[in-house]
Every structure is written in C-alpha cells, then in structure tokens.
Design a protein around this ligand. Structure first.
Ligand code: FES
Length: 105
C-alpha cells in the first residue's frame, strides 16, 4: 500500500509500505522527516506522533499505553493523533494521508 506523509511545510513523501510492518518503520525506512521513533516502537516516547486521515475502521483502537503517551507528545494531541509505531500496515492503508506535526523534537 502507498501512504502519503505530509509535513507541516508541505513536503510530501509517498511511501510504499510493507504489510504487517508498522507505519513508523515504513516512514523511517523511507527517510520521512520528523518521525524520530526514539524508543524503537515501544509506545514509550511519542516521537512517532502523527495525525492520520482515514476512516477509523482501517485503524486499530488506541491502547491504554498509546493513549498515555499521546498525552505526552510534544505537539498538541488532536482527535486524529496516533503513535505511528502502534499501527501495523494493512491493505486498507493504501491512499492514506498521514500528517507529521511540527515540533516533534
Ligand atoms: Fe516511540 Fe512510537 S516509536 S512511541
């Protein structure tokens, strides 16, 4: 599936993601800026915070760990906020638009 990552400055990366790998891994492998993933995907750092535009059905529900970390994210949490490391890519992600918030550091 192809996923579009959009930066706050308008830069757009179209990433060909592998099914089963996390959205975070796909972004990091493709060199998408702003996804630091300091904890390596453990839902412990919130530096992989993104805003996902998608119908909610394609996404797994927010777990308790993810919920707590999203509250600690550097950029403000919004209703579409997710930790990209907690989102395993499925076929349904094709065409998804993911916004990388500013101030991820
Ligand atoms: Fe650390 Fe996602 S990589 S919370």
């Amino acid at each position: 599936p192809t996923i579009q990552f959009v930066q706050h400055d308008g830069r757009t990366d179209n990433v060909d993601a592998s099914i089963g790998a996390s959205l975070m891994k796909a972004a990091v492998a493709a060199g998408v800026p702003g996804i630091l993933a300091e904890c390596g995907g453990q839902a412990m750092c919130a530096t992989c915070h993104v805003h996902v535009r998608s119908d909610a059905d394609a996404l797994p529900p927010v777990t308790e760990d993810e919920d707590e970390m999203l509250d600690c994210a550097t950029s403000p949490r919004v209703s579409s906020s997710r930790l990209s490391c907690q989102l395993p890519v499925t076929e349904e992600f094709d065409g998804m638009i993911v916004y990388v918030p500013e101030e991820e550091l």
